[in-house]
Design a protein around this ligand. Structure first.
Ligand code: MGD
Ligand code: MGD
Ligand code: MO
Length: 768
């Protein structure tokens, strides 16, 4: 960094007082139990909290609003089928705090902006529908019918082309299906959704090579796998129940390999909070091998593994599954020639990993009978995300690790129903067959042109091409790149409407007029004209099952998401269907889903089975009809990741105390950081070379395409990550993520690959 002048002549060494500790040796354990209790107590009081916990992920209870990891079969399911972070998600929703009309009458949106994300969450559940009063900039109460009429009028005034319908992945199948129906009947495919920011790359990648956009494994496959690759994923924090699965696999003797710039504690050792013996032993060791690739180095690494597997086959003759390759795949010869021509030195350099370690993983792969590859955001949020994921598929095809027990592809979804929402039609790019079916079942002609995904919607908003944005959950502002630009784009809109449980930062940058429509959460009972209702969700492994809340609603004025969407449908479209009947009895919505979508035969009957049912997945049956009958080898070249001097590549991560943009607390226990989120993790040699010291307050400047973005006052923390790599937390670092930098083909923002400079902080007035 010597060649870079500090961006401010008033720069100096300012140190922050941040509480750093050693990272713990194991995830889970007593710490998890203590934290769970503390969160439930803080938000709910223990009785309401305990009532909720006992119902999480039970056949007669609700689906955990946390992650999409599947629940175990009911026969082996614990009465306590939840994790520390599931309990935090429940506590966040089941809180006894209330943001009522009195609160909103007393404070303007501009003043509310002064609160942190954590403090906004602490205001509690929103109790009543609200409308923004443009004169006082306050949210005031509005009757539900008036709210629907207002929104319908605004949508009609805007017209379908200038309207957009965002969905976040917590929404149930029933609400999501009605929502896309309302939008499409109105005339638009502008359905940006959180999957665009998340696993879109996985869907696109798999769709192109195996003809199915979902994973191929079930939970039972983990009982048989003997090698499990966990790539770009931090299950200890984000899918903690997966650790129980990995723990069982490790105890059985399966080998686990973590491919991740960080040695995440959750993959080192795990002490099951409900198994006291684990505490005594200090946890069960999980990953046997940690491959600390450089950020973005996975494509080179996977190609290296593939190359080494080919070499092992030459030496041993029996490594490739030739029968499978001949019968079920196409493109192997081209791929082989391509990989053989890549040099070992370029692959090792690109991966940031020694050739020897790449060969070691290849030997593990070649020696394993059944292999599962799991991955998450560490792969999907890069420019070359799609080819990287396709390289996983290539590797699995080599030994027929697809469509047989104990083997397969496992993109681990985030939001608890993000996969289901896509299944029932939340997409900006619907397939013609689906639209034909909508036409036939409902008797209208759906729009055929592809709509806008999230990034395209923001571009269109910025260019004045959108008037109305409706959000079914989520936090459109904070989840997206370029926070400042998105805030401006939101404020330009004529109208914003948000269906939500709680207040978040998006609601504080409303359009000129705005609605907040408060809904029931997963944990709450939902009683409609037809009696108590349940909704359905689809987990990461295509199991569709029920979810039914148990707690009294946070307020008598709340409506369910399906009822809110039906209310909008009625106001916008009139009596094209009997909206009241649908809202009164969700079986009727499920009947419509059954008539529209394949795989939902006898939906209402089958979903009442304790564990629900599995949707069909052709690739799981080695049926690759979606890509002409044979799985395809994709040929890709690793990216050049070299950076100019003084630049680092930054990934944006989740801490242990957050759910996406919802901040539960300020600690990241598994990374040893307490009470602070504005930190930047740096390799200690990089830190020294940049002339910085531990705990120094720094400013971060991202560089992309000749543009610079600044985020002020982060605290430098030395950490075990590869040279040239840095890490910050999402959403604090989102102002640094350029909206224009997206993954090829999937258009997903490259939130894990932001080129930055780190410079001493410019002193704030009065700060010392
Ligand atoms: N408690 C909790 N649970 C959650 C969420 C939450 O916020 N909190 N969010 C939910 C959602 S929507 C999602 S999508 C999932 C997210 O689950 P994850 O994908 O596990 O979440 P991230 O924190 O984004 O972490 C990504 C991991 O990828 C690694 N990584 C980053 N860049 C690279 C790279 O270039 N290569 C490799 N190999 N690894 C890399 C990081 O070190 C980190 O371990 O979790 C879901 N579950
Ligand atoms: N830099 C960076 N940015 C990222 C990521 C990253 O790794 N790095 N990850 C991306 C990923 S993977 C995702 S999935 C997106 C997440 O994007 P979103 O899904 O848009 O964001 P969330 O934070 O999950 O949404 C939280 C909000 O949902 C609302 N909510 C909560 N429960 C309910 C409910 O039951 N019903 C309704 N209607 N509303 C509810 C509340 O208002 C809450 O504030 O963020 C993306 N953004
Ligand atoms: Mo996600």
């Amino acid at each position: 960094m010597a060649d870079e002048p500090p961006h401010d002549d008033d720069a100096g060494t300012e140190l922050a007082d941040v509480d750093l500790s050693d990272v713990p040796r194991a995830a889970g354990g007593l710490g998890a139990v203590v934290v769970t209790t503390r969160f439930l107590w803080r938000e709910t009081g223990l009785r309401r909290g305990a009532r909720a916990l006992l119902a999480i992920n039970q056949a007669d209870g609700f689906d955990c609003p946390g992650c999409a990891w599947p629940e175990a079969d009911p026969s082996v399911r614990h009465r306590l089928e939840f994790c520390e972070n599931g309990a935090k998600a429940v506590a966040e929703e089941a809180t006894t705090r209330r943001a009522d009309p009195g609160l909103f009458a007393s404070i303007s949106v501009d003043d509310l902006r002064k609160l942190s994300d954590f403090e906004l969450g602490q205001l509690g559940r929103i109790t009543d529908p609200l409308v923004l009063d443009p004169a006082t900039r306050r949210y005031l109460p509005i009757a539900w019918d008036d709210a629907f009429r207002l929104l319908a009028d605004e949508l009609r005034a805007a017209g379908p082309e200038r309207s957009a319908f965002y969905t976040s992945g917590r929404t149930s199948n029933e609400a999501a299906f009605l929502y896309q129906l309302v939008g499409r009947w109105f005339g638009t495919n502008h359905f940006p959704d959180c999957a665009n920011l998340c696993h879109e790359s996985s869907g696109v990648a798999l769709g192109e090579v195996i003809g199915v956009s979902k994973g191929t494994v079930g939970l039972d496959d983990f009982d048989q796998a003997d090698l499990i690759l966990v790539i770009g994923q931090n299950p200890g924090t984000n899918h903690p129940r997966m650790l129980s699965t990995l723990r069982e696999a490790a105890r059985r003797g399966a080998t686990i390999v973590s491919i991740n710039p960080l040695r995440e504690v959750g993959l080192s050792r795990f002490a099951h909070p409900q198994k006291p013996l684990d505490f005594v032993r200090g946890g069960v060791p999980l990953a046997a091998e940690f491959v600390q690739v450089q950020i973005g180095g996975d494509l080179a690494f996977l190609l290296g593994v593939g190359k080494a597997v080919l070499e092992l086959d030459v030496a041993r003759g029996d490594v490739l599954d030739r029968g499978f390759l001949a019968e079920h795949t196409t493109g192997f010869d081209d791929w082989k020639r391509h990989v053989e021509a890549l040099s070992w030195s370029s692959l090792a350099l690109g991966a940031g990993v020694a050739e020897e370690q790449i060969r070691r993983v290849a030997a593990l792969y070649a020696g394993a009978e059944r292999v599962i590859a799991c991955w998450a955001m560490g792969l999907t949020q890069h420019k070359h995300a799609v080819p990287t994921i396709q390289e996983i598929s290539n590797l699995m095809l080599l030994r027929g690790n697809l469509g047989r027990p104990g083997a397969g592809l496992c993109p681990v979804r985030g939001h608890s129903n993000v996969q289901g929402d896509r299944t029932v039609g939340i997409t900006a790019k619907p397939k013609p067959a689906f639209l034909d079916k909508l036409r036939d079942v409902f008797g209208f002609e759906p729009p055929r042109a592809a709509g806008r995904d999230v990034v395209d919607t923001i571009h269109a908003m910025g260019a004045g091409g959108v008037d109305v944005l409706v959000c079914l959950g989520g936090n459109f502002l904070s989840a997206n790149p370029d926070t400042d630009k998105v805030a401006e784009a939101l404020e330009r809109l004529r109208f914003t409407a948000s269906v939500t449980t709680k207040l978040n930062r998006s609601h504080l940058h409303p359009g000129q007029r705005a609605l907040i429509l408060p809904c029931l959460g997963r944990t709450e009972t939902d009683v409609q004209a037809g009696g108590p209702q349940f909704v359905t969700v689809e987990d990461s492994m295509s199991i569709v099952h029920r979810s039914q809340g148990v707690l009294a609603p946070a307020s008598g004025a709340l409506r369910s998401e399906p009822a809110i969407v039906a209310g909008l449908g009625k106001a916008l479209l009139g009596g094209v269907v009997d909206w009241d009947a649908l809202a009164g009895d969700y079986d009727k919505i499920r009947d419509l889903i059954e008539r529209t979508l394949p795989g939902f035969e006898r939906f209402n009957e089958r979903v009442r089975a304790p564990h629900g049912f599995r949707l069909p997945n052709a690739a799981r049956e080695r049926n690759f009809a979606g890509v002409g009958g044979r799985a395809r080898f994709a040929v890709s070249t690793p990216p050049d990741l070299r950076l100019p001097p003084g630049r680092l590549r930054m990934m944006t991560l989740r801490s242990h105390d957050q759910y996406n943009t919802t901040i539960y607390g300020l600690d990241d226990r598994y990374r040893g950081v307490h009470g602070e989120r504005r930190v930047v993790f740096l390799n200690s040699t990089d830190l020294a070379e940049l002339g910085l010291v531990e705990r120094q307050v720094v400013d971060l400047i991202s560089e992309w395409n000749g543009e610079e973005r600044l985020a002020r006052r982060f605290i430098a923390v030395p950490f075990d990550l590869p040279r040239g790599c840095a890490a910050t937390y999402f959403p604090e670092a989102n102002p640094l993520v350029p909206l224009g930098s997206v993954a090829d083909k999937s258009n997903t923002p490259t939130s894990k690959s932001v080129v930055i400079r780190v410079v001493p902080a410019k002193r704030l007035n009065g700060a010392s």
